[in-house]
Ligand binder design. Structure first.
Ligand code: NAD
Length: 351
């Protein structure tokens, strides 16, 4: 099975290396037959090849069975450079961004239970770099006016709703659709129309609807009431950071970008430039995202070894997080990125 690793920017190379250590241990333990290739992208390839998205990455993207993608620091890219994250999602048609938020550390006093999956539409909405066939969805007609176009389609809303209802069937059979149709009556109205139509195909799954601003508050007040949350691109991006933080922090918030034929493991968090190059980033989120990818590969190819490897990785991360001595600094511990990875790899190997 061919895996492509894109190490990204900032803390990306550190957490990618940590994840590769865990993957190597899984490969040995479960005989996965992994062929891993790493291709530099982003600021690294900009320096050597003059582009944030080199042709080698593009070639390998289409031949890999799965991709592990570390975060990219698009904020630092010169105007006109490719956002690799958007490129990957677009060219593989990864329309679903699946972001679970579950508390993995023991709850501190005042912390509420949370175990939800946020299903975010990934291909349109307000994202100027992916919502147009040509040109950008954001433009500035005069020096003092800037406009952004938000695209909502029935087809994209329908397929993301279906992903959410399928996920709910495997969980607690409840979907919450988050919208702002009280103001964006046409665009969020269309999104809701599509979700309600899909809901009719799933009479066993309950649907409720919550306005985005109320959702931001309810997530803090009572996160335990949510099972699967489905929403458009930008609301989903923002809410998943909030849910990840409530569940214990961005450092442990995983995500999978999935389409009909491809999947890419990618943590919720960004490139964390404030701690880049210090060897202290928490690799859990990318490792847990990789566990989601292994599950996806196991389902797709009918290979139970991948499903077992995914469970082993998930449990090994939980084990490393359970011990305050092996936690990274963002969670109050003192372990460095690679020390944490060693703990996970040892646990995976049964040590
Ligand atoms: P960020 O998620 O990188 O960082 C927010 C805070 O969380 C920082 O204090 C950071 O140190 C901390 N943090 C994040 N991940 C951590 C980890 N694994 N371990 C320990 N601490 C961690 O958000 P930002 O600073 O707003 O964004 C930085 C860059 O990342 C920007 O260029 C942004 O566009 C980009 N970004 C990329 C992705 C992606 O590639 N998927 C996602 C979000 C943001």
């Amino acid at each position: 099975m061919k895996l492509l690793v894109l190490p990204g920017d900032g803390i990306g190379p550190d957490i990618a290396e940590a994840t590769r250590l865990a993957l190597a241990a899984l490969d040995r333990k479960f005989s996965l037959g992994l062929e891993i290739e790493e291709v530099p992208i982003g600021l690294a390839s900009l320096k050597t090849e003059g582009t944030t998205w080199p042709s080698l990455a593009n070639d390998r993207l289409h031949t890999a069975d799965g991709v592990v993608m570390a975060p990219v620091d698009t904020y630092e890219y010169p105007e006109g450079q490719v956002n690799p994250s958007s490129m990957v999602r677009r060219s593989l048609d990864l329309y679903a961004n699946i972001r679970p938020a579950r508390r993995r550390l023991p709850a501190q006093p005042g912390e509420k239970p949370i175990d939800l999956v946020l299903v975010r539409e990934n291909t349109e909405g307000f994202y100027a770099d992916r919502n147009m066939a040509m040109g950008s969805g954001e433009f500035r007609p005069t020096e003092d006016v800037a406009l952004a176009v938000r695209k909502i389609t029935r087809s994209a809303s329908t397929r993301i709703a279906r992903t959410a209802f399928e996920a709910a069937r495997k969980r607690r059979s409840h979907v919450t659709a988050v919208h702002k149709a009280n103001v964006l009556k046409l665009s969020d109205g269309l999104f809701l129309e599509a979700v309600r139509a899909v809901a009719k195909e799933y009479p066993d799954v309950e649907l409720d609807e919550v306005i985005i601003d109320a959702m931001a508050a309810l997530l803090v007040r009572d996160p335990g009431r949510f099972d699967v949350v489905v929403t458009t691109n930008m609301y989903g991006d923002i809410l998943s950071d909030e849910a990840g933080e409530i569940a214990g922090g961005l450092g442990i918030a995983p995500a999978l970008n999935a389409g009909a034929d491809h999947a890419v493991a990618q943590a919720v968090h960004g490139s964390a430039p404030d701690i880049a190059g210090q060897g202290i980033a928490n690799p859990s989120a990318l490792m847990l995202s990789t566990a989601m990818l292994l599950t996806w590969l196991g389902d797709r190819h009918g290979k139970s070894a991948f499903t077992e490897a995914a469970q082993a990785l998930d449990q090994a991360v939980d084990m490393a997080l359970a011990n305050p001595a092996t936690r990274t600094r963002d969670l109050g511990g003192s372990a460095g990125t690679m020390a944490f990875a060693e703990t996970v790899a040892t646990a995976v190997s049964g040590g």
